[in-house]
Design a binder for this molecule. Structure first.
Ligand code: NAD
Length: 495
């Protein structure tokens, strides 16, 4: 299948798309919606339909959870070395298939192909990282309890559920399921309805490399039905949700009712605090790079740029020039720097916030608005730069597009107060050559992550998670995340 006469697909990607309508993958095989209902998968870069996925109902979701639980005893009972070897084979296979998965992801999520390849590599690195950690976990810990012989035993939970958003479909699967699988749990993955293709590809690949049936299950369908059914299922042993705070609250409520442990990784409204001692041009380049990366559809993005008054005008001039030079194009066009947003609804959301921000008094320094790309009628928007006070709707709510909001400060205390004046708490950055000030400000910002002279920094081993409206439950990517996927039993013998 060709997306457009202008885009050549890899033969393997064409073959994969020819299997549409793509069933879910459960218990080691295709798993179809008995209703025959499907959801269309659209290339955001061309607006053309590239596939359909099956739209499962609640009974089918429940069956998938049962299958994942049934596969648990054998998977958790494998010696660690054997389980690790299987997972490392999966990591190797994903790496070998990187160009194919990256192209599927680029086409499905509107992600620039090189960036999609980076996401696939990140999956591989994350899986290898957690397998390595799990090899060293001591499952029995002797306790110091006078008069008692006591120890704790760590064991995996069972079938763990994961609901993912559409912005980093494959990378987030890696962050989510790697610690769970390495610890010996089985998983049920519900990808976003807009971007389910790479998850289905992964499940098929897992089968090929010998991951036992029922260990990695992918259920597809709409959020309000398939997602809600997974959330309300009483047989899942843990839930991890990544997405909007609004849906996160629903998931949290259901897990609270069912007493299922839950992790919520939610949205953000991050600040970048820029002091007057920086290299203004380099800082502008870094922040424009961040806000246009994946068209600003990044939860931890720097969307509020708080700039010292002494360098404000120079910063604005640099950012404005850079934003207008961004090459917008189809994700598979190697010349493109920024692709489309994921769907027409998201396009309207991004444009709508620009209008609402201006209506509330924000000044528009760089135009925004819809963008056109020759030969493609995808969901393209121009980067936008607004400026004004922080009570503006565009400065308070998550837009999830290439829209930055500028405000001026004069003192360090004022900058910290402005950065913390938000309901969210995911990630901020501070930009200064003064190392003491960098540490002071980074430690004063009320969020899960503070970066210094950089934005969007991730490393396996560094916990990543949000506070306040940005999430709860401990985050991802660290040793603590792996430990979350073991439950603990205390065993005591009075002496
Ligand atoms: P969303 O909340 O609309 O959807 C996320 C997932 O939830 C999808 O799979 C969807 O099908 C499912 N869903 C929808 N309604 C549901 C329901 N009633 N019950 C159960 N599941 C349901 O989010 P989105 O628009 O896909 O993603 C964007 C959001 O994700 C942004 O807020 C972004 O900041 C956030 N995000 C956070 C992180 C993080 O690590 N903190 C990472 C990426 C994205």
């Amino acid at each position: 299948m060709s997306v457009s006469t202008k885009i050549e697909l890899l033969p393997e990607v064409e073959a994969f798309l020819r299997t549409s309508p793509l069933p879910s993958f459960v218990g080691g095989g295709d798993f179809s919606a008995a209703s025959g209902n499907v959801v269309a998968t659209i290339d955001p870069g061309s607006g053309e339909q590239i596939a359909e996925i099956h739209d499962l109902d609640a009974g089918e979701i429940d069956r998938a959870v049962d299958i994942a639980n049934a596969a648990f005893p054998a998977w958790s009972g494998l010696p660690q070395a054997e389980r690790s070897a299987i997972l490392l084979r999966l990591a190797d296979a994903v790496e070998t298939h990187k160009p194919i998965i990256a192209q599927i992801e680029a086409l499905d999520a509107g992600k620039i192909q090189d960036q999609a390849a980076g996401d696939v590599q990140n999956f591989v690195d994350t899986l290898r990282y957690f397998v390595g950690l799990s090899d060293d976990v001591e499952l029995r810990t002797k306790l110091d309890a006078p008069g008692h012989d006591a120890w704790t035993l760590k064991q995996p939970w069972g079938a763990c559920a994961f609901i993912f958003p559409w912005n980093f479909p494959f990378l987030l699967i890696g962050w989510g399921i790697s610690p769970a699988l390495a610890a010996g749990n089985t998983v049920v993955i519900k990808p976003a309805e807009d971007t389910s293709l790479s998850a289905i590809y992964l499940a098929r690949l897992a089968k090929q490399v010998g991951v036992p049936d029922g260990v990695i299950n992918v259920v597809t369908g709409r959020g309000a039905t398939a997602g809600a059914a997974l959330t309300n299922n009483t047989e899942i042993k843990r839930m991890s949700f990544t997405g909007s705070p609004e849906v996160g609250q629903l998931v949290g409520e259901a897990c609270g009712r069912n007493l299922v442990p839950v992790k919520l990784e939610l949205g953000g409204k991050g600040a970048a605090v820029v002091f007057d001692d920086v290299d203004v041009k380099a800082t502008a380049e870094a922040l424009v790079g961040a806000i246009t990366f994946h068209s600003g559809q990044v939860c931890c993005d720097a969307t509020r740029w708080l700039v010292h008054e002494a360098v404000y005008d120079e910063f604005v001039k640099n950012c404005s020039e850079l934003m207008q030079q961004v090459r917008i194009g189809h994700p598979l066009d190697p010349n493109s720097q920024m692709g489309p947003v994921v769907n027409p609804k998201q396009c309207q959301r991004v444009l709508g916030y620009q209008d609402k921000g201006k209506a509330e008094g924000a000044e528009c320094l760089v135009g925004g608005g819809p963008a056109t790309v020759d030969g493609f009628s995808g969901n393209y928007v121009n980067p936008a730069l607004l400026a004004g006070t922080l009570d503006n709707v565009a400065a308070r709510e998550e837009i999830f597009g290439p829209v930055a909001y500028l405000a001026k400060f004069s003192t360090e205390a004022e900058a910290i107060a402005m950065a913390n004046d938000t309901d969210y708490g995911l990630a901020n950055s501070v930009w200064t050559t003064d190392a003491d000030r960098a540490t002071r400000v980074a430690e004063s910002m009320d969020a899960g992550n503070s970066w210094i002279n950089a934005h969007n920094v991730f490393a396996q081993g560094v916990p990543y998670g949000g506070v306040n409206k940005s999430g709860l439950g401990g985050g991802v990517l660290s040793i603590e995340t792996l430990m979350d996927y073991y439950r603990s039993t205390s065993i005591v013998r009075p002496l």
